[in-house]
Ligand binder design. Structure first.
Ligand code: FAD
Ligand code: DLZ
Ligand code: SF4
Length: 529
């Protein structure tokens, strides 16, 4: 038995589709992050003769011990999507977690369903994680069936197009990819020119928080009976996983997710850009969209989301710096990150350019630390399975980078704790952007910063046991001396990076006594972790 090679267009990838027909008599497994009615595999299969398989399995919930809210979100959204598929005329075989016959892995559930329904052909959409792809590629031999793995055309740049773009380029940089994507989609374009005469308005997007910002509330969806059953199941079966199960207020259908997104468009998008990098205690969401979990599970379509944001700008309801900034995250970063993942897998997961080897401190799970910034982000993460980009990058990520925490452990933490985390998006963000563990494949320099940056962009430091103005000693903000110590420790690997030249020059100008005090403070702190 064989895996059919992909054809030129995703919608013509099965032999039947290439001949203008839908494939008949197939099993169509739908994974938890494939909850899209126009999914390639659903469009490729004949609903009259095919069976959709959806399975809640222990192996996927525990290979990384996901946050309770993430599991609730996925199982509840899966159950609602199964109902939607049935209404649309599909025959859906849904295996619940507590079904006594459930064998608790995706592969063995596919095998059981093939036998149960007497089918010999699987049509599936490309999964978002390499290990799942490897498993699916073994199905022809293991189960004696034909398997078509169709490209996931919910992304705006197909993997093969990204690979073609990346080919022969010495360095891959998001900015150039993003410009090509703007031209290709026509988003925020004025003929051949970028709207507003500039591709990127990031310089306008770094305002610190000041005064009462009047942050809008999130739309909180009341769980229905289906979701309440899932909450009870997860509370019972995954009681020892990280995070709070309730209150649970995420959208679990495409319709609800769109309503939540419309609330963002009306209430937050106008200030999204300006305060994109700001952080405030008790305001975890600020003006962010909180849609990563919906986009990644397939409940929202990235192109429609970008078009709706552009319409706000064209109607004069949102400024260009906000709308461009928002579209860049989705059209630029999200697609670029995914391309980077598949371009570098397998192997990317072992990245450790800086040779960092310290264990992840326990306070990443408990939030119990005197560092107010980390405590606030970890507690918010435990409560909401959410932190915004700068919290992930410049607080927990920055600390892990400058403290030299082992990349694999940091990656596993991020994959577990955020409701929007899947390997394709989490891994390059963590290993590439945050930890520089890939040696610069994704980012041109490490995002290392001292307490000064955190103090400028947040209100954390005014509530901290450490003093952000002190540079060394037991009362000094640990980010201050760890920042310099990180540069000193990694000079061999980073010393020639042109974007760090100013930082190294500043370090070299420090008096010798000061450099000794930095090293001593860092040693004491890191030994105490
Ligand atoms: P907004 O700030 O409102 O942005 C809108 C959308 O843009 C997001 O929903 C997301 O789809 C997209 N986006 C923005 N930045 C990125 C980015 N760097 N990569 C990919 N998409 C982006 N994003 C995930 O979806 N899953 C992850 O597991 C994840 N892990 C991260 C780990 C680290 C260390 C860092 C620095 C970033 C990570 N991100 C991840 C990117 C980003 O932080 C989240 O997408 C964002 O915080 C989600 O919240 P939001 O929907 O409110 O986003
Ligand atoms: C993350 C997750 C969880 C918690 N549970 C399931 C599940 O029970 N069934 C399923 O099909 N997928 C689950 N997933 C998502 C997978 O682990 C994996 O991340 C994606 O399917 C990759 O595309
Ligand atoms: Fe974080 Fe340092 Fe500020 Fe404390 S003083 S909140 S440790 S940056």
């Amino acid at each position: 038995m064989k895996i059919n090679p992909p054809a030129a267009s995703p919608k013509s990838d099965t032999p039947a589709m290439a001949a203008g027909r839908r494939a008949s008599g197939c099993l169509v497994p739908i994974l938890a992050d494939q909850l899209t009615i126009s999914l390639a595999s659903l469009e490729a299969a004949d609903p009259a003769t095919s069976v959709v398989l959806m399975a809640e399995v222990q192996a996927e919930a525990t290979y990384i011990r996901h946050h309770k809210k993430k599991i609730i979100f996925l199982f509840a959204a899966m159950r609602h999507f199964a109902a939607e598929l049935r209404e649309a005329g599909w025959r859906v075989d849904y295996v619940a977690l507590d079904d006594p016959a459930n064998t608790q892995t995706l592969g063995s559930e596919a095998a059981r369903a093939l036998t149960r329904h007497g089918l010999g052909h699987v049509v599936v959409t490309h999964p978002g994680e390499f290990r799942v792809l490897v498993d699916m590629e073994s199905w022809p031999d293991r189960f004696g069936v034909e398997v078509d793995i169709l490209p996931d055309d919910r992304f705006l740049c197909l993997t093969r197009d990204f690979n073609a773009w990346a080919k022969d380029k010495k360095q891959l940089r998001m900015e150039f990819f993003y410009r090509d994507m703007r031209r290709q989609t026509g988003l925020l374009m004025n003929g051949e020119e970028p709207e507003g005469g500039q591709w990127n308005f990031d310089a306008d997007n770094r305002r610190p928080p000041a005064g009462n910002l009047g942050v809008p509330d999130q739309l909180r969806i009341e769980p229905d009976e289906i979701t309440r059953q899932v909450i009870a199941l997860v509370e019972e079966r995954f009681a020892d996983h990280f995070g709070a199960a309730e209150p649970f207020w995420f959208a679990v259908t495409a319709g609800q997710a769109w309503t939540a997104f419309e609330r963002f468009l009306a209430e937050s998008l106008p200030r999204f850009g300006t305060y994109q990098d700001a952080m405030l205690v008790g305001e975890g969401f600020l003006f962010h969209a909180v849609i990563g979990l919906y986009l990644n599970a397939g409940l929202l379509d990235p192109l429609k989301v970008c078009q709706a944001a552009e319409a706000e700008y064209r109607a004069g309801r949102a400024p260009l710096n906000s709308v461009e900034g928002f579209i860049r995250q989705i059209l630029g970063w999200r697609e670029f990150i995914r391309g980077t993942y598949w371009l570098n897998m397998p192997g990317y997961e072992h990245s450790n350019f800086l040779g960092a080897g310290r264990d992840l401190p326990w306070f990443y799970w408990s939030g119990e630390t005197d560092m107010a910034c980390i405590g606030a982000v970890v507690r918010q993460t435990a409560q909401e399975a959410y932190a915004h980009h700068i919290q992930r990058l410049m607080i927990t990520g920055n600390f892990a980078l400058i403290a030299g925490i082992e990349p694999r452990q940091v990656h596993e933490w991020y994959l577990a704790v955020y409701a929007d985390a899947y390997e394709w998006v989490e891994m390059p963000n963590v290993l590439g952007m945050s930890l520089f563990a890939d040696g610069g494949k994704l980012a041109s320099k490490p995002y290392a910063a001292s307490g000064n940056y955190i103090n400028r962009m947040s209100d954390y430091c005014s509530r901290c046991a450490y003093d952000v103005d002190m540079k060394t000693g037991p009362s000094a903000c640990p980010f201050n001396y760890l920042y310099w110590d990180f540069l000193a420790r990694n000079r061999e690997k980073l010393g020639r990076n042109p974007r760090l030249a100013t930082a190294y020059r500043s370090y070299d100008k420090l008096p010798e006594l000061r450099r000794q005090a930095i090293a001593a403070s860092a040693t004491v702190f890191l030994d105490g972790l």
